[in-house]
Ligand binder design. Structure first.
Ligand code: ARG
Length: 463
């Protein structure tokens, strides 16, 4: 049991049970770089404004820099009895610089301090996610470019639907992650507002310069209401939502890899570096990384729910419940960054079985829409064209053949509009070429989509 600096009004000591229950140092130590940078900015401002002696501010800043270096080296142990990262760092500062350390907390509360640290952390982590998403986007685009021209079946309801380009399929994931990238790279306005200076809840009682600390810490402005600022965790909830959604996109891609790697599909070959063996069955090569990415999606959704539930029903302003905001966020950040990295590695080295894909694309019944479209272009209302084509498909299914294997006479029995020119259209290449509108799978469209994506990626990389 330790006496804390704010225990002047207590005569008894805190129970060990409560100390163990309420500590957050076991996880909020993750915030030490943000906490120290925030304190350095605060100390500098206090000195500049003459709120504390300039010499003390200099001593504090110097001490904090040294503590930061030690913590980064990992040579500095944490004290579990000091509750949280803020108290630990303040105590370390006291050991290092003595009495001056006691001036650092002037005009500041742990409430605006933790709001600041956490917001800085979310800002930085969003930047890391955005940067890593660019690596994944590069991999997807590169693989799409490499395999330009390869056909495969496109699916709806996991049933073969229409032939598409493999590049078009891969670029679908590019679009998902491009949207995610925008969420992480372009922060909402609220993330530009620095909460430091909000004090415990009512605002600091000293003539501090909030814009000065805000600018030093990379914010463009300051929060407008101290009561909101110390209890606002919207930025964390939004991060958790974006993380869950991005993880869901990764999970969808992972699921596809799992299916494609089955003998039944055989569309891809798993790279040795990104698959695992079975302890019992020697023939097995398992898509464990993809399955783990899929499996970890559950916790990212759970983390979002956890924070939303914590925030629900909190009266203004700071409540200790808010300490529960950190673990879910740290967990989602780590999970997401790890999953992006592993999926980038997997997609970079996975083998596409182009023969298998091309053969599957030749499944002739996938051309039924092309026949219906043909009849429609000849003047038949689309619904009737659908009906006629359906009859011909039934005939093919009965005989086990494709549409192009039917004779012209047989086809004309169902519609006199069908002519010799139909046969040129009943190939997967012709089918794909027909989808020649922006966003479609015609090779020219896909090529131009990839070119634009390449340009976008180069610009995004330059940031
Ligand atoms: N460990 C606390 C948290 O994470 C820091 C703020 C504590 N403030 C307080 N008034 N007890 O929220």
């Amino acid at each position: 049991m330790t006496r804390k600096p704010w225990q002047g009004r207590f005569s008894g000591k805190t129970s060990n049970i409560l100390e163990r229950f309420s500590q957050s140092i076991s996880f909020d130590r993750e915030l030490f770089p943000q906490d120290i940078r925030g304190s350095i900015a605060h100390a500098r401002m206090l000195g500049e404004r003459g709120i504390i002696p300039k010499e003390d501010a200099a001593v504090i800043m110097d001490g904090l820099e040294k503590i930061l270096a030690d913590l980064e080296k990992g040579s500095q142990p944490w004290r579990e009895d000091l509750e949280d990262v803020h108290m630990n760092i303040e105590a370390l500062l006291g050991e290092r610089v003595g009495e001056a350390a006691g001036r650092l907390h002037t005009g500041r509360s742990r409430n605006d301090q933790v709001a600041l640290d956490f917001k800085l952390y979310v800002r930085e982590t969003s930047g890391h996610v955005a940067r890593d998403l660019l690596k994944l986007l590069e991999v997807l685009l590169k693989r799409a470019e490499e395999h330009f021209g390869i056909l495969m079946p496109g699916y709806t309801h996991t049933q073969r639907a229409q032939p598409v380009l493999l590049s078009h399929h891969l670029m679908a994931y590019f679009e998902m992650f491009r949207r995610d990238h925008a969420e992480f790279a372009f922060l909402p306005a609220n993330m530009e507002e620095c909460p430091l200076g909000s004090g415990a809840l009512a605002g600091a009682g000293f003539p501090i310069d909030r814009m000065m600390t805000a600018r030093e810490l990379g914010f463009s402005t300051v929060t407008r209401n101290s009561m909101d600022a110390v209890s606002d965790r919207d930025f964390a909830a939004r991060f958790l939502f974006n993380a869950a959604l991005c993880q869901i996109h990764l999970s969808r891609m992972a699921e596809e890899i799992v299916i494609w790697a089955t003998s039944e599909f055989g569309f891809v070959t798993l790279p040795d570096a990104f698959s695992t063996g079975s302890s019992m069955m020697p023939q097995k090569k398992n898509p464990d990384p993809a399955e783990l990415v899929r499996g970890k999606t559950g916790r990212t959704i759970g983390n979002l729910m956890s924070l939303l539930a914590t925030l629900k029903g909190l009266p203004l302003t700071y409540n200790r419940d808010l300490q529960e905001d950190k673990e879910p966020l740290f967990d989602s950040a780590k999970t997401l960054l790890g999953s992006i990295e592993i999926m980038a590695g997997l997609m970079d080295s996975i083998g596409f079985n182009t023969r298998r894909l091309t053969e599957a694309a030749e499944d002739p019944l996938m051309l039924a829409t092309d026949l219906a479209d043909y009849l429609t272009l000849k003047g038949l209302p689309f619904r009737n064209a659908h009906e006629v084509t359906g009859k011909l498909v039934a005939l093919c299914v009965e005989r086990g053949c494709g549409l192009a294997a039917l004779s012209l006479e047989e086809m004309r029995k169902h519609s006199g509009l069908i002519g010799e020119d139909i046969f040129g259209l009943l190939t997967p290449e012709a089918s794909v070429a027909k989808r020649d509108i922006p966003g479609g799978t015609a090779p020219g469209q896909v090529r131009s989509a990839m070119e634009k994506a390449r340009e976008w990626l180069e610009t995004a990389r330059r940031g």
